[in-house]
Design a protein around this ligand. Structure first.
Ligand code: CTP
Ligand code: MG
Length: 223
């Protein structure tokens, strides 16, 4: 098996503010986690899946995967305090002979098959990683603590980056081992000197942060 997906779902979801972790917030009838799990399972590009669950929620995550008939789920492990720690826990379950690792946030449930294809393609052209990004459309300003604008930042080369993010497995393992923390996986690879390509993202890959995000995604699903 060569392409392994790590689905990171171990966050607490503090900004969503529910009693249960964000991955188990209801999106329609099912827990949020069901949607990205189903999509990874159905993807022609993914061979195996590791679910990184909130600590103490491994069993409900495994039951959900079974209910959904997700035969590609090979392991379900508890996550860590930070996203990077959770990625590290998931990566420990990926066998040494795997070729590619694709890391995806469960908090971005609407994962299009086309984006999976787009982030995998550059790896066969020698890139050290590929991430989906959207060109920033708002004007950006750097603002001081007192609220005063310090500068207007040229936005033409700025992208908002999403997941899934794909990397050659060996290189990714070295990058994750060599660095303690980063806000996304690509930053670990960049810090290790890797060349990461940005491919076209998708507005559907909106990350659920607040209750409004969850409601918006639910309405998209109903359409
Ligand atoms: N994540 C994780 N382990 C952590 C923190 C985050 O697996 N310790 C995962 C989340 O489950 C999510 C993704 O990383 O799928 C992006 O994180 P974020 O949107 O910040 O989710 P939470 O950390 O759960 O939310 P909050 O920051 O509001 O608590
Ligand atoms: Mg967080």
């Amino acid at each position: 098996m060569s392409v392994w997906a790590i689905l990171v779902a171990a966050g607490r979801g503090e900004r969503l503010g529910l009693d249960q972790p964000k991955a188990f917030a209801k999106l329609g009838e099912d827990p949020l986690l069901a949607e990205p799990l189903r999509r990874l399972e159905d993807s022609d590009w993914i061979d195996a899946i590791v679910v990184v669950a909130p600590p103490g929620w491994e069993e409900p995550a495994v039951l959900l995967a079974e209910e959904l008939g997700c035969g590609k789920v090979n392991a379900c492990v508890p996550g860590g305090e930070t996203r990077t720690e959770s990625v590290r826990a998931g990566l420990a379950e990926v066998p040494a002979d795997s070729l590619v690792v694709l890391v995806h946030d469960a908090a971005r449930p609407l994962l299009p098959e086309a984006v999976i294809e787009r982030v995998l393609a550059p790896l066969s052209e020698g890139w050290d990683g590929a991430v989906p990004g959207l060109a920033v459309s708002d004007t950006l300003k750097r603002v001081g603590a007192d609220g005063a604008v310090a500068e207007t930042v040229a936005r033409d080369s700025l992208y908002a980056v999403q997941t899934p993010q794909a990397f050659p497995a060996d290189l990714f393992r070295r990058a994750v081992d060599s660095m303690a923390e980063a806000t996304d996986c690509a930053a670990l690879v960049e810090a290790a000197g890797g060349r990461v390509k940005v491919v076209e993202g998708d507005p559907q890959l909106l990350k659920v942060t607040t209750a409004e995000d969850l409601a918006r995604i639910a309405s998209w699903l109903e359409q």
